[in-house]
Design a binder for this molecule. Structure first.
Ligand SMILES: [Zn+2]
Length: 418
């Protein structure tokens, strides 16, 4: 198995920093073992002066981190790899030892990955998490809490987390993932307590390379998928492997051609929304059914023995709870699917714009480059830019909780009128 950082595509600077921190963390543990426990240094604090001649073992390591970067840049991949390096017996993230293996496989008792299923992470969930994170690591190294989509914390949950970050237990490390450190994503106070690891959008060549090496995808397919996915590694893999995903993308890229009038614009809006709903339903249906079956089994539904009726009465509340969580997950899956479609569409108008400007850059969608070229001639740079802005405005509106159908209809009309 390669090193735990191997899948972090095109992020050399971040990897260097994380390796250094993992080595420092291992030094902290070694120093602790010989009873010279050095304190970790929080950002914004001056590092304590190292003993004369000795390098400070805690430099480079801290209790709280934020991984930022655009979707698909590998925020959670980076956080998980760093967690593995912290649990690694050699402090390097060797990929071979039990600490590395269990962390990468999601079974390490001292690493908790929090993946919000709904649209936000609630305060109850966060309090329970903070409480558990304060316990002594069973493996003798670190308690690591990874919070994916930390931008989806509710305010109250953020406050509960802040308290833990402000007074961290000595062996606890928090790894947060968020699109950016903008106050909309992460509160300023949490930000001020964390070290930030910025990840960039990986170049298409690096994404293609990893698809070939890790997933065994043919080089020409990998190259096409990497460009079409605009630096999103997971999306590139799906495009390369899943014919359904390719079909959905083609349908989205057919939109510009279909906008021939007001009626067609509304039809295109309906088609886009319905495609996103269908995609989301497919992606959560299996998990929904499995969860429901598991809960029903646990509650004894279907049983005929004495007590089964009472169990079912008590179960109604739990089933209702599950349905609520599933509904919230479905809403999020729908938004994510719609957002992917909008990103594809934005890529098309971006191609038209760069062609109208004769910019020396490669198109995002090589397979619709001719169509984008025709658009560029017809609309010119200004018209292409207006259309690109209409797509971006639609994303922003949905992000600001405008009903998706309304935002998409407005966008389609703007795309048609130019
Ligand atoms: Zn290891």
């Amino acid at each position: 198995m390669p090193d735990v950082f191997a899948d972090l595509v095109g992020q050399d600077e971040a990897v260097t920093e994380l390796r250094r921190a993992a080595a420092a963390a291992a030094a902290v543990l070694r120093a602790g073992a010989t009873d010279r426990t050095p304190a970790l240094v929080a950002p914004g604090e001056a590092a304590p002066a190292p003993a004369a001649g000795a390098p400070d073992p805690a430099a480079g390591m801290t209790h709280a981190w934020i991984f930022t970067g655009p979707p698909g840049s590998g925020r959670s991949v980076a956080a998980r790899a760093f967690a593995a390096a912290l649990q690694c017996a050699y402090g390097t993230g060797c990929g071979e030892c039990p600490g590395c293996h269990t962390t990468m496989g999601g079974t390490n008792a001292d690493v908790r990955m929090v993946v919000p299923e709904g649209l936000s992470i609630g305060v109850g969930e966060m309090r329970a998490l903070v409480l558990r994170a304060a316990s002594t690591p069973s493996g003798g190294r670190w308690q690591v809490v990874v919070i994916e989509d930390a931008d989806r914390l509710t305010e109250a949950a953020g406050n509960a987390l802040l308290k833990a970050i402000e007074e961290p237990p000595p062996r606890t490390v928090f790894l947060l993932c968020a699109p950016s450190t903008h106050p909309d994503d992460i509160s300023v106070t949490i930000r001020s307590r964390c070290r930030v690891v910025p990840l960039r959008q990986p170049p298409a060549t690096a994404v293609a390379e990893v698809l070939v090496r890790r997933d065994g995808i043919a080089p020409d397919v990998a190259q096409w998928a990497a460009a079409a996915a605009q630096g999103h590694v997971g999306r590139a893999r799906r495009l390369a492997r899943d014919p359904e995903a390719r079909k959905r993308r083609e349908a989205v890229l057919a939109v510009p051609r279909r906008l021939t009038g007001v009626g067609a614009a509304f039809d295109a809006a309906s088609a886009l929304i319905e495609a996103a709903e269908a995609e989301a339903e497919a992606s959560v249906a299996e998990a929904d059914a499995a969860e429901r079956a598991a809960l029903e089994t646990a509650l004894g539904a279907g049983g005929t023995g004495r007590g089964a009726a009472g169990a079912i009465r008590g179960a109604a509340g739990q089933l209702k709870d599950l349905e609520k969580r599933q509904k919230s997950r479905a809403t999020r899956a729908q938004r994510d699917a719609l957002d992917r479609a909008l990103v594809d569409l934005a890529g098309f108008y971006r191609d038209a714009l760069t062609m109208a400007l004769r910019a020396p850059v490669d198109p995002v969608h090589t397979d619709t480059a001719a169509l984008a070229g025709a658009g560029a001639q017809k609309w010119d740079a200004e018209g292409s830019l207006r259309r690109l802005e209409a797509v971006l405005a639609c994303r922003a509106a949905i992000d600001a909780n405008v009903k998706p159908r309304i935002a998409v209809e407005a966008m389609m009309l703007a795309l048609w009128k130019g």
